[in-house]
Design a protein around this ligand. Structure first.
Ligand SMILES: Cc1ncc(COP(=O)(O)O)c(C=O)c1O
Length: 388
């Protein structure tokens, strides 16, 4: 049976017995910066082809390579390269497909620093960007220019949870000779495999669900051998934002339980989102896994499951909702997501005197999380004019 046809949970758990490592059950951590050679010939061969030899750990390190191999298999890509953070992976992927004078189309709700990179930082290389509401293909189509070389996607987005039609975006990009990159962090390789829908490069912030324990940072770019070879020689080797072997070992540990944890995250997230949807102080829940989500059919078409980060909108003003968040016991106020612990952030809404609450549901008992949310809501039920 080839590794590609294995169930995802088997794939992340299974290691072949390897005499090279004395049958060690886990891959050893190669904590070395360089590799030495018994002959000058062997050294020269490696120097001439650094992407395919163990020469220097800013290039190939067996522990990092093992994580890359597993992530490529999970995502259905030919090759992967790991980076020190999700942003390092995004920067490398973007820079690998553009040149000075190009134009980029980017989703207007993409992760903030991604937008800053594409919309501000790259201006110094004479690169222009158009930000579009990607829930409609017409918006993306209308933004196309003669020099559009990249369509950058993030589906779903991580505050309003809007989707893009990935196969339609890939088709459009191919017809104009542009590349497509997607930030697939939300769905993880367990629930969405955009390469199979025609997308060129997939990036993940491994800091989130893959690490899974809020104790490590990393990123990955996955794609065809051809695209990854180009990225490997330039944005990977030259920029050097690599992942350390210790971090790779910790990520492999997270990966071993990723499919299992995702099942639980999906279940917990839907239980809490379903409860919120019925709460009188909640105006709207933004979760692609709920049938009330306007793009639920598209979600079912291009994803095989959902994760546990979502948001809700309420007619309670921002300051009141921030006090509400402070009353929670199990949801802690913090920026990231994908770990074991539930988190919450409160954001301004386009509609004045309303708020958007981003909820990350962790691995606690979902009914105890609901009790926690309910007790915080009880403190503000007397507030005037907040019901939907
Ligand atoms: C959707 C998304 N993509 C990318 C990133 C960046 O990842 P990292 O923090 O690992 O650089 C984040 C971080 O929060 C994110 O939420």
């Amino acid at each position: 049976m080839s590794d590609r046809s294995l169930n995802k949970q088997t794939l992340v758990v299974h290691d072949v017995h390897n005499e090279q490592y004395h049958g060690a059950v886990t891959m050893p951590i190669y904590q070395n910066s360089l590799f030495t050679f018994h002959s000058y010939d062997a050294f020269t061969t490696a120097m001439n082809d650094p992407l395919n030899h163990h020469l220097y750990s800013r290039g190939n390190n067996p522990t990092v390579n093992d994580l890359e191999r597993r992530l490529a298999l999970l995502e259905g890509g030919e090759q992967a390269r790991c980076f020190a953070s999700g942003m390092a992976a995004i920067s490398a992927a973007v820079l690998s497909v553009i040149k000075s004078g190009d134009h980029i189309i980017c989703i207007d709700q993409a992760y903030g620093p991604t937008k800053e990179l594409i919309g501000s930082y790259l201006r110094k290389f004479d690169i222009e960007a158009t930000f579009v509401d990607g829930s409609s293909m017409d918006n993306i189509q209308q933004a196309v220019r003669d020099n559009t070389s990249l369509i950058f996607l993030e589906s779903p987005t991580t505050l309003h949870f809007q989707l893009q039609n990935l196969s339609a975006c890939a088709e459009l990009a191919k017809s104009i000779g542009a590349a497509t990159i997607i930030d697939n962090t939300w769905a993880t390789p367990c629930y969405q495999n955009p390469l199979s829908l025609g997308i060129d490069l997939v990036i993940h912030s491994l800091t989130k669900y893959v690490s899974g324990h809020s104790d490590g940072m990393g990123g990955v770019v996955i794609g065809s051998s051809e695209r990854m070879k180009h990225l490997g020689m330039h944005e990977f080797l030259l920029h050097g934002g690599i992942m350390s072997p210790m971090t790779a070992a910790s990520m492999i540990k997270g990966l071993r339980t990723l499919p299992l944890r995702m099942e639980k995250f999906q279940e917990n997230g839907l239980i809490v989102a379903g409860w919120l949807e019925k709460h009188p102080l909640v105006a709207k829940v933004n979760h692609p896994g709920l049938s009330s989500h306007p793009q639920h059919h598209l979600a079912l078409k291009q994803m095989s499951g959902s994760s546990s980060l979502f948001s809700f909108e309420t007619n309670i003003p921002l300051l009141q909702m921030r006090c509400w968040a402070e009353r929670l016991t199990f949801f802690r106020i913090g920026l990231s997501w994908g770990g074991y612990e539930s988190l919450i952030t409160v954001h301004p809404c386009q509609r004045e005197s309303s708020s958007v609450v981003r909820i990350y549901v962790g691995l606690e008992d979902p009914y105890e999380l609901i009790d926690d949310l309910a007790q915080a809501f009880e403190c503000i039920t007397e507030f005037e004019g907040v019901r939907r």
